[in-house]
Design a protein around this ligand. Sequence first.
Ligand SMILES: C[S@@+](CC[C@H](N)C(=O)[O-])C[C@H]1O[C@@H](n2cnc3c(N)ncnc32)[C@H](O)[C@@H]1O
Length: 322
Amino acid sequence: MSKETKNGNLRAAKKNKNDEFYTQLSDIEKELIHYKNHFKNKIVFCNCDDPKESNFFQYFALNFSHLGLKKLITTHYEKDSQSYKLVVEHDINKDGVINLDDAIRTDLKGDGDFRSQESIEILKESDIIVTNPPFSLFREYIAQLMKYDKKFLVIGSMNAITYKEIFKHIKESRLWLGNGFQSGNAYFKTSHHTDSFAKGVYNEETGLVKFRNIVWYTNLDHKKRHEELLLYKTYEGNESDYPKYDNYDAIEVSKTKDIPKDYKGVMGVPITFLDKFNPEQFEILGLDDHRAIYPKLAGCNSINGQKIYRRIVIKRKIDKIQ
Ligand SMILES: C[S@@+](CC[C@H](N)C(=O)[O-])C[C@H]1O[C@@H](n2cnc3c(N)ncnc32)[C@H](O)[C@@H]1O
């Protein structure tokens, strides 16, 4: 299958604003296991979640006591009509556990849009926002979390790394990648496959649609982020493997695993590097830039006149150079 076709569903999601696909409980569990300590006594808000479909709500309601949550709130989005919220906080039915059966449903005034004032009021009272937001509104979604200085763990396309609005937060260490999906592939539940998803990526039997290059974005610290990337290659003696860019004094490292352990200068690496990024080991200087977001780095996108893929521009932390 061509790369074009594989990526077709993501483009379709953007183009058609078809954001109706749902995260599997197993994927939520696999990621959330790395953040257990962050949730004790916290208010969690899932602000893009139809409780009937959303496994985020299910996950937090089921694990309410185990995580030691203070409160769980979820809002359902109902385009152009009145919607509702669900809140889990107390052992309403007095059965000794706080779970799904203790959810209280209250009508919202509006449609549950995450940008609506009533949703923002819930956001303000919440500590951690966890969901899979609409990909078509990802920039706006992250901007709102940043504006209200919220902790978050959300799913998005890896491509969003290259959005200037997102990358600036990555560069300034306000946002990083989570632990991730197996090889970047995510399988979401959907019932809207026929008109908007590319043929070949939807499995009729499972009802799952495959998306490539899906990642978790977060500002919650986790262990993997502090694991040192083991480097085994050397620049000295292998200079020809690391050509310099045409207009920028940096070497091209086309695979993250090939970052040389003895190079002190600036390097261009694929955006997938972020999955291995440890801020104690590397410094992010910018993004190669055809669109001149960081004009000083302009030119870090071609070698001998040949255009290359997007590159993150990095440097080793000096004390880490062997
Ligand atoms: C990718 S789906 C994920 C659903 C759910 N979070 C999950 O993973 O199971 C995105 C959800 O956002 C909802 N949505 C779309 N626009 C929204 C908006 N402006 N405000 C809040 N939710 C929205 C959609 O209805 C959809 O349910």
